[in-house]
Design a protein around this ligand. Structure first.
Ligand code: FES
Length: 115
């Protein structure tokens, strides 16, 4: 995973939630760690990556702009709004991975990460 790995860059991200409400970067959502059940609120203006690293969760990152794929995490459940430029359209549609440096979720949604 990550750091370009010979991948062709995906088209700029657009909301992947179909007709569902689009994530609002001015409202909070939650992330839960599958391993220990800890749940964190991701407030407006903060990324999942920032919230997790502030809490002492070790997560690799590099560009922090949704480009390199280094922060990619597996999703256990929840509906993300992909804001990266790394995943392909098919990967976004599958909803199994997320770039936690930029991607978000709808207000009130809980994303469960395989961490
Ligand atoms: S750190 Fe590069 S895509 Fe997240």
């Amino acid at each position: 995973m990550g750091l370009f790995a010979g991948r062709r860059r995906a088209a700029p991200a657009r909301p992947s939630t179909g007709s569902a409400p689009v994530a609002d970067p001015t409202r909070s959502f939650s992330v839960r760690l599958e391993s220990d059940g800890r749940t964190f609120v991701v407030p407006p203006g903060r990324s999942i990556l920032q919230v997790l690293t502030d809490a002492g969760v070790e997560v690799d990152s590099f560009c922090r702009n949704g480009i390199c794929g280094t922060c990619e995490q597996n999703l256990v459940s929840g509906e993300p709004e992909h804001r990266d430029s790394f995943l392909t359209a098919d990967e976004r549609a599958a909803g199994q991975r997320i770039m936690i440096c930029v991607s978000r979720a709808r207000p009130g949604e809980t994303l469960v990460l395989d961490l």
